[in-house]
Unconditional design. Structure first.
Length: 161
C-alpha cells in the first residue's frame, strides 16, 4: 500500500527500512518473509536521532520477537469466538502486551528516556493517550546504565537524517 510513496528503501540485517513522506507521525513494522519497518517523514522531523533510534529499536523488537504471530493467534481466537467479549478482550490485551514488550526491549537497548520522550512527542502529535501512559510507565522502572546499552546492529547502522 505504501510502496508508491516510499522515498527510500534500505536493506538492513533482518529487515528493510522504508522511509515515506507523510504529514502523519507513523512508524510500524510489517512481518513476513521480507520484514519491513516503515518510518514517515513526520516522525523523522519530530524526533531527535536518539529518539528515532529508540523507535526503530521498538519496531525491530516486534520483528525479532515475532509479535506478529501472537497478534495473529489472538485475532484467530477472537474470530472463532465471534462477537463474544472474551475474544475481543484477548485481542486487545495481546496488542497491549506486545507493545509493552517491544517498549521494554527498546528501552534496554536505546535508553528508557529516549523512548519515553519519543512516545510523549508522538502521543501529542497523534493524540494517543495510551502512548503517553506507556511513556510514563517507562520512567517508573529501573533500566541498565548507558554503558550497558547496545542497539542492535541493524538499528545502529542506520544513518538517519
Amino acid at each position: 500500500m505504501l510502496a508508491p510513496v516510499a522515498r527510500s528503501r534500505e536493506a538492513r540485517p533482518g529487515f528493510t527500512l522504508v522511509r515515506f513522506d507523510s504529514d502523519e507521525a507513523v512508524a510500524f513494522a510489517v512481518p513476513g518473509r521480507r520484514p519491513e519497518v516503515f518510518i514517515s517523514s513526520a516522525v523523522e522531523e519530530l524526533l531527535s536521532t536518539a529518539q528515532l533510534g529508540a523507535v526503530l529499536a521498538h519496531e525491530y523488537a516486534h520483528l525479532r520477537h515475532r509479535h506478529g504471530w501472537a497478534l495473529r493467534i489472538a485475532s484467530i481466537n477472537a474470530f472463532c469466538l465471534g462477537r463474544l467479549r472474551p475474544g475481543r478482550a484477548l485481542q486487545r490485551a495481546t496488542k497491549l502486551l506486545v507493545e509493552l514488550a517491544a517498549d521494554d526491549a527498546a528501552a534496554r537497548q536505546a535508553g528508557a528516556a529516549n523512548l519515553a520522550n519519543a512516545l510523549t512527542l508522538l502521543a501529542e502529535s497523534v493524540g494517543d493517550s495510551g502512548m503517553q501512559l506507556r511513556a510514563t510507565r517507562l520512567t517508573s522502572k529501573r533500566w541498565p546504565p548507558a554503558s550497558r546499552r547496545r542497539l542492535p546492529k541493524a538499528i545502529a547502522a542506520t544513518v538517519l537524517p
